[in-house]
Design a protein around this ligand. Structure first.
Ligand SMILES: [Ca+2]
Length: 163
């Protein structure tokens, strides 16, 4: 576009005896558009592969095992969505237990215990939530706890039969 001569009137104002040569590759004014990037929930991860945590040992025929705090199990979990200022932290989803040689129990507060009868079981890394194993008489050997990290986005602590 080119104006030259006595006068010209544009929507941006009036040009008198002006010579305007908006030549070149770029416009004089600018436009701005906005792209929104929405957050998604990234799955938590186990930081060890495979995750191996040593639990306290116990003697045969001595009742319940030492308490296994869920916060200890969750120590190998991380989640990019969980920050120090976000609530909840990380819990675990117990997916398998060695049931054949004893009884497993969990506690929502580290005090009252109930038998685990159904997996997957969701447990929180907070409030002293814990597991313990009560071996059968005369059993010696090992007992395993297998779990996934859980970010609380679905389900509640204590939920059984999840997934
Ligand atoms: Ca997450």
């Amino acid at each position: 576009m080119q104006f030259s001569g006595a006068s010209a009137s544009l929507s941006h104002g009036s040009y008198t005896n002006a010579t305007w040569f908006p030549s070149g590759p770029f416009s004089d004014n600018m436009a701005t558009v906005t792209l929104a990037v929405r957050p998604v929930n990234d799955a938590p991860t186990v930081d060890l592969d495979p995750a191996v945590l040593d639990l306290d040992t116990m003697n045969e025929d001595t009742g319940a095992s030492p308490v296994i705090k869920i916060s200890k199990l969750a120590d190998v979990c991380s989640d990019v969505d969980v920050t120090p200022t976000s609530s909840g932290g990380i819990g675990v989803a117990i997916t398998n237990l060695s049931f054949s040689n004893g009884l497993w129990q969990y506690s929502a507060n580290g005090d009252v215990w109930q038998n685990i009868t159904k997996l997957t079981l969701l447990l929180s890394g907070e409030h002293n939530q814990s597991l313990r194993f009560i071996p059968n008489d005369n059993f010696s050997g090992t007992a395993n706890v297998t779990y996934r990290c859980w970010d609380y986005s679905v389900g509640s602590p204590g939920d059984e039969g999840v997934g």
